[in-house]
Design a protein around this ligand. Sequence first.
Ligand SMILES: Nc1ncnc2c1ncn2[C@@H]1O[C@H](COP(=O)(O)OP(=O)(O)OP(=O)(O)O)[C@@H](O)[C@H]1O
Length: 228
Amino acid sequence: MITFDHVSLQYDAKHTALKDMSIHIDKGEFVFVVGPSGAGKSTFVKVLTHELVPESGTVVVNGINITKLKRSKIPYYRRTLGIVFQDFRLLSEKTVFDNIAFVLRVTGAKGREIKERVNRVLDLVGLRNKAKELPSKLSGGEQQRVAIARALVNQPILLIADEPTGNLDPVTSEEIMKLFNEINHMGTTIIMVTHNKDLVNAMHKRVINIEDGRIIADQEKGGYHLHV
Ligand SMILES: Nc1ncnc2c1ncn2[C@@H]1O[C@H](COP(=O)(O)OP(=O)(O)OP(=O)(O)O)[C@@H](O)[C@H]1O
């Protein structure tokens, strides 16, 4: 599903963010990526989303070598991913429904199909009753659920979440994590960057530990252990 083969990425002479990184992640896995600040976690995500292209090595996602992706193919590649951020990134002037429908309209989907698909993901995240609200009327946890629904509406093969519980209280974070777990059980591969030690320890999933641009630990059913 995802293979990094000897991937290195340097921002400038002083900052090498990924150093000869090799890793394989199978379809259907749920993987936490942990590590101290500045370790290279966001850079790892940006390589996956093709915001950054490494100098050396190859990255293959779902059979596509994204280090060799033609510019014209990038939007199609991105549509196979769902991405969730710490700060939700919802459009404040659009309703919950339209925030999700927006990504379908861009791809030319028609009214009836849009309605069906948006309602399906709203049911999944438990927010059908909030479809007509603006994001500002929702709690942080609800806004993150909308962002997750938006990430799922194109039926991505891979869901990437960069610190998705960073702005949420512990109880809400736990609920959001349960939702990710359900999504994973339905077959979507999930890669989640997080500093949330308690959640990582509670979930017993694979944990990839990055430090100084390298993978220093990779454990099945692992816990959150940073080397200090
Ligand atoms: N645009 C940039 N230009 C130069 N160096 C950068 C840039 N972005 C990140 N870096 C450097 O690359 C390294 C990895 O950064 P990255 O953002 O991937 O870390 P991170 O593990 O996501 O950190 P955090 O947990 O704080 O978000 C750091 O040394 C950082 O200073």
